[in-house]
Design a protein around this ligand. Structure first.
Ligand code: 6GU
Length: 227
């Protein structure tokens, strides 16, 4: 999978080169490229934002700059992901769907967001006909300073679903069975007593039928408690 991310803070996305993703990149499973939006600004001050039409607080990121940055990245069969708190809520089924993509482009907005004509432009039929899809995505009901951290969340959730990226594909199969709701049962490892607290006896029984039932009940209780 190819991933491009466009941001005014390229250093913010540097952790993507570490750990699991660093390894996946050196193995050629994923290729992540970070782009500095400001390098596409053409005016003397390299400005990327301006005041909103209609007035109001904050600044809006300029369509021209985004267009220059995105045009070379948006090729046939690409999913453009615009990060915005107003987007569709990211979840595990969305991660599974993005994990099947060939090419993801992340547009990390700052300030009050990106001029909406960027979304409108790349949503036009000529792009649709080239299998270019535009998604506005949020990672939850709270407001971040920008889309960078949200892009990292999505990239981590998506890339670990790509075959070969995660060491243990069994845990992925288990997760996809839980795709809806997605809350796990509690886990324990040795020792069987820790600070006076024992591991639930059923887990030591070796009765896998009963263990599966107990785990399903526990996952259910957890899901209800966290609503
Ligand atoms: Cl994608 N962006 C911003 N700025 N805030 C958010 C978000 C995205 N998702 C949740 N909050």
């Amino acid at each position: 999978m190819k991933i491009d991310a466009v941001t005014i803070f390229p250093q913010y996305l540097e952790p993507l080169q570490l750990s699991l993703l660093g390894k996946a990149q050196s193995e050629g499973l994923v290729e992540i490229t970070i782009h500095d939006l400001r390098s596409f600004a053409t005016d003397n001050h390299h400005s990327v934002d301006d005041t909103p039409y209609g007035g109001g607080a904050g600044m809006v990121m300029k369509a021209q700059v985004w267009g220059e940055a995105l045009d070379p990245l948006i090729t046939p069969d690409t999913d453009l992901i615009i990060l915005t708190p107003a987007g569709k809520k990211f979840d595990q089924p969305m991660a599974q769907s993005f994990a099947r993509a060939r090419h993801l482009v992340f547009a990390c907005g700052r300030y009050e967001g990106i001029d909406d004509r960027v979304r409108m432009y790349y949503s036009q039929s000529e792009f649709m006909e080239q299998n270019i899809r535009v998604h506005e995505v949020s990672i939850g009901d709270y407001v971040l300073g920008g889309g960078e951290v949200a892009a990292m969340v999505i990239i981590e959730a998506v890339t670990r679903l790509i075959p070969g990226v995660l060491g243990n594909p069994e845990s992925i199969v288990e997760e996809s069975h839980m795709a809806e709701g997605f809350l796990e049962y509690p886990n324990f490892t040795k020792p069987s007593q820790w600070r006076g607290i024992p591991v639930p006896e059923i887990l030591l029984s070796g009765n896998h039928g009963e263990i599966d039932k107990w785990r399903a009940t526990q996952a259910d209780l957890r899901a209800k408690k966290n609503v």
